[in-house]
Design a binder for this molecule. Structure first.
Ligand code: HPA
Ligand code: ZN
Length: 334
């Protein structure tokens, strides 16, 4: 291992953009399909993996929603989340803020309670067993209506203490942030943090809407912000955290080559950039593989790696005291 690869492994890290359903490995998918006695279109783990060829976001989403249909029982959501936390423990990820997509389950007849209690029980065990702290973010599917999102938020209110924020994911183009203005205002009123995917495939105007209409606390992806000087200035001025996902961007053809990834220019522009894995089972790597990919392709320095790792904590929803404790621990290591 090179020195920088070792540093990436050794530094305590935070992950802020992770769809828990996107961490479902083909092996577990296959096992759950069997356990739940489901008719499953794939006959082997290899066949599932071979289907992971994407040229745009929608190709991935179609397979992602089909894949998550094996999740039925509370124990399935527990096993899914625990498998991710074990990976975090191996990769020295000490804080996670995970997304989940309740509408991907409730529309199949799985209750919100089943989803959130399974995920939460694993997160509590992960804190006890591995010392991994956590936040949870309920994402609304933007291809569905705002009315459906409001219904989901109302379902979540019975278990409001189990979530920390709401987000917006799924098919971006044609579903601008403004479509969800009211439900985001309701979530803010309920004391929740606000994040949204914007500028992954959608234009810079969608990022503008997420900032000014949804009033987000953090921006997911945000790559296409780089097309607008005024937006770059706004993001820099506010030190809005961006959760960038390099391997996802490569697999979904947001960039054609990792050497063309804008993360270095984003850092150079003074933006608060964090590195994340998005849907690691589908995009070919967990958090450390994302750091390694950009380090190697863009020749990132040790200082840049340390800045990105620190930004993961600075951009998190931890308290200032907790952030400082993590930042001090990193300083002691470098
Ligand atoms: N973009 C939009 N929706 C998603 C993603 C993503 O990268 N991953 C899971 N749902
Ligand atoms: Zn995402």
């Amino acid at each position: 291992m090179t020195n920088l690869a070792q540093l990436i492994q050794d530094l305590p890290k935070a992950e802020l953009h992770l769809h828990i359903e996107g961490s479902l490995e083909p092996e577990l998918m296959f096992e759950l399909a069997k356990r739940n006695e489901l008719d499953f279109p794939y006959s082997s783990v290899e066949e599932i993996r071979n289907a992971y060829q994407f040229t745009q976001l929608q190709d991935f989403l179609d397979i992602y929603y089909a894949g998550m249909s094996v999740l039925i029982k509370e124990q399935d959501f527990y096993d899914l989340t625990m498998a991710y936390l074990k990976k975090c423990d191996e990769q020295n990820i000490v804080h996670v803020e995970i997304f989940f997509d309740p509408q991907g389950h409730t529309e199949r007849g799985v209750s919100y309670k089943t989803v959130i209690t399974g995920i939460n029980r694993a997160l509590k065990d992960g804190l006890a067993d591995f010392g991994i702290s956590y936040k949870t973010i309920l994402c609304f599917l933007r291809h569905l209506s705002e009315e459906d999102a409001i219904k989901t938020l109302n379902e979540a209110k019975e278990f409001i203490e189990l979530i920390d924020g709401v987000g917006l994911d799924s098919s971006e183009v044609g579903n601008p942030p403004s479509k969800f203005k009211n439900v985001f205002a309701m979530a803010k009123e309920a004391g929740l943090k606000l994040v949204a995917h914007a500028g992954e495939e959608g234009p810079p105007e969608y990022v503008e809407e997420a900032l000014s209409i949804l009033k987000i606390d953090r921006l997911d992806h945000g790559n296409r912000s780089m097309e607008s000087e005024s937006l770059i200035e706004k993001l820099k001025e506010s030190q809005m955290a961006l959760t960038v996902c390099p391997l996802s961007n490569l697999k979904l053809c947001v960039v054609n080559d990792m050497k063309d990834h804008p993360i270095k220019s984003m850092l150079d522009a003074g933006l608060l950039i964090t590195v994340n894995s998005d849907d690691p089972s589908y995009f070919g790597g967990y958090l450390n593989e994302n750091y390694l990919a950009i380090q190697e392709s863009l020749n990132l320095s040790k200082e840049m790696i340390v800045t990105l790792v620190k930004n993961g904590f600075i951009g998190s929803f931890l308290s200032d005291d907790e952030k400082n404790r993590h930042l001090d621990a990193i300083d002691l290591l470098v």
